[in-house]
Design a protein around this ligand. Structure first.
Ligand code: PAF
Length: 283
């Protein structure tokens, strides 16, 4: 596996692969790789000749007071794991290379970014779409794989790609979970023992909501109240949002249907976790 540190070298590599008629899949990450990321890399290996894993903790998608300074990092381990999973390139530029002095451009998707995580993290999605647009232009992928845990992010990226006519297939990968159901996330590393137990409130609520729906409770408002009670039973957790939204428009549903997704953001101690799931079985 090659390690590439600058956009210029990354594009030279990409141009040579494109010139040889080979395909490239991009797996964008902020590092501290876990099995969820590695599943994305393996998916990339199935669909392209070359897989580029980007590792860049993107400062412009963190708000003031968020965890940019503490974000977990372990470059050596990430490089080993990416290579073992089949990546051809680990692209890890530094901040000055991505945002040189005088950088002024922002890529912004309206509408889809206003609710859910966008409401509590203003500017977050502009940071994501700006860096992903830069990665697309630098790595020149035919496809890119994103985890469905960041469900709103996936919808926003798909919209950006459609709106900007990029010929890039965006693949959403199913959420990879720990044995007890906790969605894998680099931020799980922040949880202490007690918080780790409380963090199960997210997945348990999704399971609970699915049972409710299968027994006929389709009133989204009533369901959200019951989910709130369920989460608060875990004690000492702070609910950011409990939303039941249409999977494509991200608009709140009044009645749960086959396209309804329960999306949750809950703060456990100082760690904000998100999770989501369709409410109908096999949806
Ligand atoms: O999902 C992430 O890890 C980040 O938001 C991404 C897509 C790598 C952009 O920085």
């Amino acid at each position: 596996m090659e390690i590439i540190r600058t956009a210029q070298l990354m594009t030279t590599w990409a141009n040579s692969k494109v010139g040889q008629g080979e395909t490239i899949c991009l797996v964008p990450t902020m590092g501290y790789l876990h099995d969820g990321h590695l599943a994305l890399v393996r998916k990339g290996c199935d669909i392209a000749d070359n897989v580029v894993v980007s590792l860049f903790v993107n400062p412009i998608q963190f708000g003031p007071g968020e965890d940019l300074g503490n974000y977990p990092r372990n470059f050596e381990r990430d490089a080993e794991l990416a290579e073992e999973s089949g990546a051809n390139v680990l692209y890890s530029p530094d901040v000055k290379d991505v945002y040189p002095d005088g950088f002024q451009t922002k890529v912004s998707v309206a509408g889809l970014t206003t609710g859910l995580c966008g409401a509590s993290r203003p500017g977050h999605f502009d940071g994501v779409t700006t860096v992903v647009a830069k990665l697309f232009n630098t790595v020149k992928p035919n496809s890119a794989v994103f985890g469905r845990k960041d469900f709103q992010q996936l919808a926003v990226i798909k919209k950006m790609v459609r709106d900007l006519n990029w010929d890039i297939t965006i693949v959403g990968h199913p959420i990879v979970r720990e044995k007890d159901g906790l969605a894998m996330s680099s931020r799980n590393a922040y949880l202490n023992k007690e918080e780790r137990v409380k963090a199960l409130c997210l997945f348990d609520s999704i399971q609970f909501a699915r049972k409710q729906v299968s027994s006929g409770n389709q009133d989204a408002g009533a369901l959200k109240k019951e989910i709130e009670h369920k989460i608060l039973e875990y004690g000492d957790v702070l609910i950011d949002y409990i939303s039941i939204v249409n999977a494509e428009t991200l608009k709140e549903c009044e009645v749960v249907d086959k396209n309804s997704v329960l999306a949750l953001a809950v703060k456990i101690g100082s760690t904000r976790l998100i999770d989501n799931g369709f409410l109908y079985k096999n949806a």
